[in-house]
Design a protein around this ligand. Structure first.
Ligand code: HEM
Ligand code: HEM
Length: 192
């Protein structure tokens, strides 16, 4: 057995479950995530039928995207965008290895998750900005703004489906409840 003092010095202990987990997602990021999910789903089901609500949640998405950019600079370790470049470059090989179930162990987003983060943020930005433009005097009724809004929104939903499938699949491969981690903010400490 490892000496308790050594364990404590490493910040690892087997005293309580909380000691065997590590803080990953800070509270603002978790609130941001679930607020974004709620707004995007609401936006998806409301065009034409509940136009007013559609626009309100759409503007909320713009606000949430701006917050995420700020939090990418000032948030805690795993909220920051510092590693995005490195992770994106690792993404092709990572996805290739996934076919054999090799996932590697990442505490924050893995390369596939980082790719999804970037794809979601970009498609959401295009969708929400063209949506907002389509109700301005200048761009009202302009076909390519409306078309871009429709296509970008379709892309968002396809990505969200892939995202949820990815989160569930990755959770099963790694035997870790990633969805719970996005609620509690903590992941298990593991050595592989
Ligand atoms: C419209 C819906 C959604 C959007 C736009 C969305 C977007 C995102 C984004 C951008 C991230 C990266 C976090 C970061 O900013 O660093 C993320 C992470 C995550 N999301 Fe979602 N999400 C959505 C729905 C969901 C749903 C329904 C679930 C659960 C069933 C979910 C579970 C997660 C989990 C577990 C992570 C962390 C992944 C990890 O641990 O590697 N998301 N999501
Ligand atoms: C991420 C945020 C958003 C999503 C996912 C989204 C999604 C959608 C979808 C799926 C449609 C139907 C497109 C079609 O097939 O023709 C639509 C239409 C529309 N959206 Fe958005 N939207 C968002 C943000 C916005 C914003 C911010 C505004 C304006 C303030 C807006 C204004 C409109 C308008 C005017 C239409 C045309 C139909 C209608 O009058 O309801 N959207 N949106």
């Amino acid at each position: 057995m490892i000496d308790k003092a050594v364990q404590d010095a490493r910040g690892v202990s087997d005293r309580t479950p909380a000691d065997r987990t590590v803080a990953v997602w800070d509270l603002p990021l978790r609130i941001w995530h679930w607020a974004l999910a709620a707004c995007v789903l609401a936006a998806w089901f409301t065009p034409t039928v509940y136009d007013r609500l559609h626009r309100i949640v759409g503007y909320a998405v713009i606000g949430l995207l701006i917050f995420r950019l700020v939090w990418g600079i000032w948030g805690s370790r795993y909220s920051r965008f510092r590693m995005i470049g490195v992770r994106l470059r690792a993404a092709p090989l990572y996805l290739w290895n996934l076919r054999r179930g090799i996932t590697g162990r990442y505490i924050g987003l893995n390369p596939a998750g980082t790719l999804m983060l970037v794809a979601l943020l970009l498609s959401l930005a295009v969708s929400a900005i063209t949506g907002a433009l389509s109700v301005t005097v200048t761009f009202f009724g302009v076909w390519w703004i409306e078309d871009t809004h429709a296509y970008a929104s379709d892309a968002v939903i396809v990505l969200v489906v892939l995202h949820v499938a990815g989160v569930v699949g990755m959770g099963m491969l790694q035997r870790e409840n990633l969805i719970r981690a996005m609620i509690t903010g903590r992941k298990r400490i593991r050595r592989h």
